[in-house]
Design a protein around this ligand. Sequence first.
Ligand code: COA
Length: 382
Amino acid sequence: MSAMPTADTPKGGLEDVVATSSSICYLDGERGVLAYRGHDIHDLAEQATFEEVCYLLWHGRLPNRRDLGDLQSQLASARALPEPVTRMMRSLPPVDGMDALRTLTSALAHYDRDLPDTSAQGQYRKAVRLTAQVGTLVAAWGRLQAGGGLIDPDPVLGYAANFLYMLTGRRPSATEARALDVALTLHADHELNASTFAARVSAATLTDLYSAVVGAIGALKGPLHGGANADVMKMLLELGQDASAERIDAFVRAKFARKEKIPGFGHRVYRTEDPRATHLRRMSRDLGQRAGSTAWFDMSQRIEGLVKAEKKLYPNVDFYSASTYYALGIPIDLYTPIFAVSRTAGWTAHVLEQYANNRLIRPRAEYTGPEYPQRFVPLDDR
Ligand SMILES: CC(C)(COP(=O)(O)OP(=O)(O)OC[C@H]1O[C@@H](n2cnc3c(N)ncnc32)[C@H](O)[C@@H]1OP(=O)(O)O)[C@@H](O)C(=O)NCCC(=O)NCCS
């Protein structure tokens, strides 16, 4: 008889377990390195656009001008939502933004003519179309929640600028558009994080690309994953813009005493600063300065100092994205959906990679239940 399997790691959660091979994302948690297809995230955040990053993730190399132009027009021409999906959006009750995104992403599948096409080209077209349309879904949802009318996408604008335009009805400044563009780049992929793993597990059954992404959206929603960015802003608002240093310290220490986690801190992989946080911290400060108040940034800095000093934990991608999005005037309910918009590029890159070299993902569990065999007692004798 073969030996029964035992648990993966002492602490569980597949910590440090290598579950697949992938050529998309390089992550070194000790040195704080993140790279997409070998390109350091700092270079991409400073010099690339989100569309270039999409191309890089999907194709494995940076686009030339022509490649980029082609992708920009494919993304721009796919932005409009099928009318029945817009109608469905209007008919939803006032639910959480991630719940709406999950439902409506699933609905998009019904209107994608490439749904049954499992060729590499068909899967790629779905990846592009879905990445374009999730942005429109989230912006349109934001409009409806704010009581505004829907705004048609503007094909002349890039992904980030068009998103802000569809959300606010106002053409964003170059600074605002660039800030969101960088945030999208920073969130686009992160190796085998929980939602990407969920997407790959689904894709490995050879289910369709939409089903894999819908599962990933559900996983991202949780407060231990993408849901943390909204929780950070709720925490800052609970403290209040005028909170004194003493009040902030007491608030954080009370959380420590209750053994509550501080949203936006800690990471399964990074043992040093999350390289994405470096950019978001700077953007949070710069956007605050432009808006005339760095109160949220200052408060975030105070919290960061205390959590670092007392728990040796660093801020992750979610901590400063909260005050960055707040400074951009984005409603809190859209923070995690925006994470999903960007991560759709990464999810679909992983799904395409999984399809291209697939084997069913089916691990084992260490059995901890009642001893085998148990005597079956008939219903009337129990
Ligand atoms: C990201 C996260 C889920 C990683 O979890 P993990 O690798 O399983 O680590 P653990 O939850 O086991 O945490 C290890 C220790 O650090 C502590 N810790 C981790 N994150 C913490 C946080 N944000 N605030 C306070 N303490 C934290 C844990 O309480 C635990 O302490 P203990 O060993 O004394 O029990 C975790 O850090 C967390 O919940 N962070 C807050 C939510 C968040 O920001 N998520 C977004 C991630 S990008």
